[in-house]
Design a protein around this ligand. Sequence first.
Ligand code: GLU
Length: 519
Amino acid sequence: MVERMIHPTPRLRFAPSPTGPLHLGGARTAMYNWAAARAMGGTFLLRIEDTDQARSTDASLQIILLGLRWLGIDWDEGPEKGGDFGPYFQMQRLQLYKHAGDRLLASGHAYWCYCTPDEIEAGREVMKAEKTGFFGYNGRCRNLEKAQRDAFIAQGRQPNLRFKMPEARVLNVHDMIRGDVEVNTKELDDWVMLRPDGVPLYNFACVIDDIGMKITHVVRGEEHFLNGIKQRLLFEALDAECPKYAHIPLILNKEGKKLSKRDADTNMLDYRDKGFLPEAVFNYIALLGWGFSGDRDLFTREEMIAVFKLENIGKAGSKFDDEKLKWMGGEYVRRLSAPTCLDRARPWLAGVVPETAWATHRAWLANIVACYQERVAILSEFAGKLSWLFAELPEFDEAAQKNLTKEPAAKDWLRGYADVLAASSLPPSWPADRTAADGAVPLPTKKDGPVPVCAFSTPQQIEQECRAFTERIGVKFGNFVHPVRAALTGTDKGPGLFDVLFLLGKEACVRRLRAAADR
Ligand code: GLU
C-alpha cells in the first residue's frame, strides 16, 4: 500500500468512555498519547466515546477530565476546548456514521443483518457442536435472497449493519510496540457496525472518527489489539490511510496477573484525595511501561516530553508496586521548598493548624513542615504529625508512657529542666508572635553551620544548654532525652529534640514538662 499522509503534523487522541472514573490504565494511555504528541510537536485531543448510553454519565466525564487535569495532562481539542475536527462526543456524530454506513453498503463492504439475538446464539451452538473452532456470527445474512430480506422486513425486524470481513486473509501488520505480527482474518467474524437505532459500535465509530479527526498514531491498551485488526480492514474498505498503532502491554499486579481494583486505587482522584502529589503519581505512572533512562526514576513532565518515543515503550507488562509509588511520593514531598510544601499541604491541615496561624505564623509553620518533609510520603500525613504542637498537652502513646516511667528520677529531671527553660531565651510559644525567631533560624538544624544571631535561643544553643544541664545533674545525655521527648511530644518519634523545643516554644515546653512530671 502506498503511504499517504494523514496530516502534516502528528495528531493523537485519548478516547475514554465516560462510564466510570479515570483508572490507572486509562491515565497511562492518556499520558503516553499526550507525551508522544508533545514530543513530536503534534496535537493531543480528547474524544468522548459515549455510545454506551446506559452507562455513560456526565459525572464520569467530569471525573475523567478532573483526573487528567490533576495529573497535568492537557488537551488541545475536545470537551471544553472545541477544535476544527469536532464534534468530540460520539453521540453528536451519528450523522457521520450513517453516511459511512451507506457508503460501505454501496461498495459491498457491509450488509444488513436481520438475525435476532436468539438466532445468533443458536448459530453459535451449531458451530460449537460442529467443532469448527469458530464461535462468532455465522454470516447467515451475508448473502440474503431478496425474497428472504423482504420477508424479514415484513416481520418488522430491525437490522444491524455488519462489516463484511474478507474471508481467510493473512494480514501482516506492524505495531510500534509489538513489531510485525501475522493475523488470519478467518478468526474474526462479520462484526456489527451500526445498531438499528443508528448508534454505532466501538470499532466502527472509532475508525470513522480516527479518519475524521485525522489521527496519525493510536496508542491504547493491548486489549484492543484484535480490534485494531478489524479496524485496519475498515480503513482499507474506506480507502483511508490507517494510523500507526501502538498497543501497550497490561499493567500487572505483584503476582503478575492483570491489575484489578483490589490491587490499586484505580481512580486517579483517590490518589489526589489521599494526599499524593500529582507530579509524583504522574512520574510513577509514566514508569509503568516506559523508562526515562536506565539509572533514573525521577523526572518531570517536561523532561519526559523531551525524550519520549513510542518505540521505547516496553513489550512486557509492568507490575504496579504500591511501595514504589509511596517511595516516589516521599521523594517529591522532599523536593518541595518548605513554604511550597506548606501551601500544598494546607488543605490537609484544616482543623489541625488554627486558621489565624496562616496569616501570622507562616515562617513558623514552614519550619514545622520542613522538620517532617523527610518523614512523609503523602501530604495528608502532615496532619497527624503536627497535631501535637497545637494541643494544650500531648496525648501519650505507649512508647512515651514507657519512656516517662522507666527512670524513677525522670520526674526530677523534667522539673529541673522546666526551670532551666523557664529562665532561658527559648522563643515564645504559639500563638505569641515569634517572627524574630523564625526569620533568623533555618530548620532543620544544621549542626555545624553558623549559629545565627537571634533574640531567642536557636536549636543549637538549646542543645548546648541542655548538655550543660545534664552534666550539672550528673545524668547521661542519652538517658535524659527520652523522657523529655515523651513529655513534650507524647511519642518517641519526630524531628530532632532541639527542633521540637524550638518549634514548641517556652511556655508550652515548661507546661508540658511540669505536667508530665506531675502525672
Ligand atoms: N473507548 C475505548 C476505550 O476506552 C477507546 C479505545 C481506543 O483508544 O481506540 O477503551
